[in-house]
Ligand binder design. Structure first.
Ligand SMILES: Nc1ncnc2c1ncn2[C@@H]1O[C@H](COP(=O)(O)OP(=O)(O)OP(=O)(O)O)[C@@H](O)[C@H]1O
Ligand SMILES: Nc1ncnc2c1ncn2[C@@H]1O[C@H](COP(=O)(O)OP(=O)(O)OP(=O)(O)O)[C@@H](O)[C@H]1O
Ligand SMILES: [Mg+2]
Ligand SMILES: [Mg+2]
Lengths: 224, 224
């Protein structure tokens, strides 16, 4: 499903290059659940952004389902992104939309009719424990509630590939476990491929494979 | 140092009241290090915002150093806030300022001269491990790096009271421990009073007292 080859990302700070990824290669098969760990600043979010085609690499390639993201134009990239569910580290919710509207958005974009949108949105908000907060805008939600809205939005379009960047960083242990049960259920029952970046050992324990990044390079890649 | 009496906060969602805090009372003595835990949405951030005089309670009172925050006008409130170091759950960094400028800001507001500002800013950024990222704006920093900038900004004015809202949620275990060593050092060596909201048991273990909030009420308040 995913092949990463010598992936590099260099940000230019004026004349000074910052090497976020220094050459990363690995493959992920269909239906895998992989955890990515590493110190703060080691390149985890950068890696996820490149896999999700949200940014372009400086060197190297990302191939999803046989297609090299670098060969796609902006329209095709947008189509690719629809098949991938993404939970950003800081959520990227739309401030003036409420929880229901934020979660519904991917279905609105996909042209799903109103009736079905409403039903599927309420269903997934129920699964993340936010039925009582559907009409709240992000500024009217707690940190963990916003995070769960972002998770619900990533799940609503039933993607077969999930990229999760610290999905439980703002959740208590019990809520975090419930979210990971949900994700691991999708992985085991319908074969959704998952890559989850996490600092939390409890969350990493759901994965069967653990990749460790240090200073933009793979330090280890072990079976969990 | 701090006395909280029957504190309530009700948000109005149209006609529907949301009770974030339902009547919370406790005292914190000078030099204490207190952890606050509780499920997502249980009122932890609301409690911290009211203690830091960033919002006004619906009922009840917050008294810091003998002064009831509700009796202060906006000017006095601003003065009170200068004595309290606050790390917000989502940092509230100023996007167009770089790390150095964000951290320097409290000293700029306090009228400290440029030479001293620079030296103290570099010193505290060194303490949180960000000497190499001082010229990066928030959008050019990783999640954990932004969090450490927010922590450095809360420490720079050497407050005698620290309010930390999930200060390590985006940090790996090692960096989180380093930050808490720093905080606990300030508490033990110079008697800074600390209240830290956290979902992380490792972080909570630095505290000698643990308050647990559930549905806006204190469920337990135990010695750790
Ligand atoms: N402006 C608001 N309008 C309406 N409801 C609000 C508002 N702000 C917060 N709330 C609600 O108040 C409750 C308490 O929020 P608070 O941010 O204090 O929770 P928290 O304990 O910090 O949770 P978390 O661990 O998820 O950060 C939440 O259920 C939230 O939905
Ligand atoms: N736009 C940018 N310009 C310059 N440097 C950047 C930019 N974005 C990220 N960086 C740097 O690249 C490095 C990797 O960032 P990345 O966000 O991938 O880290 P991370 O592993 O996700 O860390 P965290 O656990 O703190 O979220 C960091 O040191 C960061 O300072
Ligand atoms: Mg990150
Ligand atoms: Mg909170």
């Amino acid at each position: 499903v995913l092949e990463i080859e010598n992936l590099q990302k260099i940000y230019m700070m004026g004349q000074v290059p910052v090497e976020a990824l220094a050459g990363v290669s690995f493959k992920v098969d269909h239906g895998e659940l992989v955890a990515v760990q590493g110190p703060s600043g080691s390149g985890k979010s950068t890696l996820l952004n490149l896999i999700g085609a949200l940014d372009r690499p400086s060197e190297g390639s990302v191939t999803i389902g046989g297609i090299d993201a670098a060969t796609l134009d902006d329209n095709d990239l947008a189509e690719l992104r629809e098949k991938v569910g993404f939970v950003f580290q800081f959520f990227n919710l739309i401030p003036r939309l409420n929880a229901r509207e934020n979660v519904e958005l991917p279905l609105l974009v996909a042209g799903v009719d109103r009736e079905e949108r409403r039903a599927r949105t309420e269903d997934v908000l129920e699964k993340v424990g936010l039925v009582d907060r559907m009409d709240h805008k992000p500024s009217e939600l707690s940190g963990g509630e916003r995070q769960r809205v972002a998770i619900a939005r990533a799940l609503i379009a039933e993607p077969n590939f999930l990229l999760l960047d610290e999905p439980t960083g703002n959740l208590d242990t019990k809520t975090a476990a419930e979210i990971m049960e949900l994700v691991s259920g999708l992985n085991q029952e319908i074969g959704v491929t998952v890559i989850v970046v996490t600092h939390d050992p409890e969350v990493a324990s759901f994965a069967r494979r653990m990749i460790r990044l240090v200073d933009g390079l793979i330090a280890s890649d072990e079976v969990n």
